[in-house]
Design a protein around this ligand. Sequence first.
Ligand code: GAL
Length: 350
Amino acid sequence: MIPLRRTMKTVLLRRLFRVALLFSVAVGPVAAAPGVAPRQSIVPGAIWPDDRGHHIQAHGGGILKLGDTYYWFGEDRGGEVTSKKPLERKVACYASKDLMNWELRNQVIRTGPPEPEIGSPFVFERPKVYHNAKTGKFVMYVHLDDKSYRLARVAVYVSDTVDGDYTFVRSFRPLGLESRDIGQFVDDDGSAYLIFESRPSKGFYIAKLSDDYLDVVEQTCFIKSPLEGGALVKYDGLYYMIGSWMTGWKPNNNQYATATSLAGPWSAFKDIAPKEKKTYGSQSTLMLKVVGSKKTSVIFMGDIWRPGNHQDGRYLWMPIEIGNGRLWLPEPREWTIDVATGETSFIERR
Ligand code: GAL
C-alpha cells in the first residue's frame, strides 16, 4: 500500500506541474528551452523567433549599435490580429551580438495617443533611435499620425538608457513640413539625420538634427522623387539611398540612387532588384553597415507587411551587392554573418 502522505504529495506536485504548464502555454516560454542551439543563420521571410520563441515584433524598424551590441527597435504589433488601427501602440527593443539571435529587452513604449488632439485609434510607425554622445540620451523619432494620416508629424521620445522606458517630449512637423515615413542616418563624422517623405513637395528630405537631437534644424537635401521608406548608407566614400514607391502596404520595385555628397546631386533612381519581383515582397526600412576585420557588409532590412495580421509581418534581411555606384539586392535565401569579420555567406540546404 502507498502511504497516504506520499499520494497527497504526488497529487499536489502533479497539480502544480499542470498549472505551470498551462501558464507557460498561456504566456509563452520566457526563455529559450535549455539545450536549444543558437540560431546560426537568417532566413528571409520566415518566422524569426526571439529568445522566448516568439516571432520578433520590430516592424518598420531601425538599428542602433552600442559597443558590441546591436539594438533593434520597431513597431510591436503583438496582439493585433486585424488591420484595424489599435488604441494602444508599442515599440519593442531587442538586443543581439550576432544579428541572428535576438533577446527581447523591453517594450520601451506602450502608449495611447500622446497628445489629445491626435484622437484614437492613431498611427505610430517606423521608430528610429539615435544615441546622443553629448547628452548621453537616447532619442527616438517615430511617425505619429491620426487614423487618416493627415497630421503627418514626428514624435520625439527620450530615455537615459537604451532599453529603458522612453518618455514623450513633443510632436511636430520637421522643418514645418508634412512628414510620414521616416528613416535614420548617422554619417561617419557622427552627424545625425532624419529622412522623411513629404507629399506636398512630391519628394523626400534629408535633414540634420540639432545638437541635442531633439529637433530637426536644417535641410541638407531635398530629393524630388515620390519615394518613402528612405534608407541611406555610406559605402566606400559614396552615399547610397534606397526608397520605395508609395503603394501603401503593397510591395513595389524599390529604387536606389547615389551621390558623393549628402547634399547631392543624386543620380537617377534605378531598381534594386528585378522590377517584377517587387523587392521580393518587401519594403525598405534601413541599411545596416557591418564593419568587420575583413570586410564591410551592408544589409538591406525590409518589411514584408501582413496588413490583415500585422503581428505576422516578416523581415527580409539580405546582404546586398554594393560598390562602384551599383547596388543590388540578391534573391533571398538563407545566409549567415560573422559580425567580427563582416563576412556573410549563403547556406545551401539540400
Ligand atoms: C506604407 C508605409 C508604412 C505605412 C503604410 C500605410 O507605404 O511605408 O509605414 O504607413 O504605408 O498604408
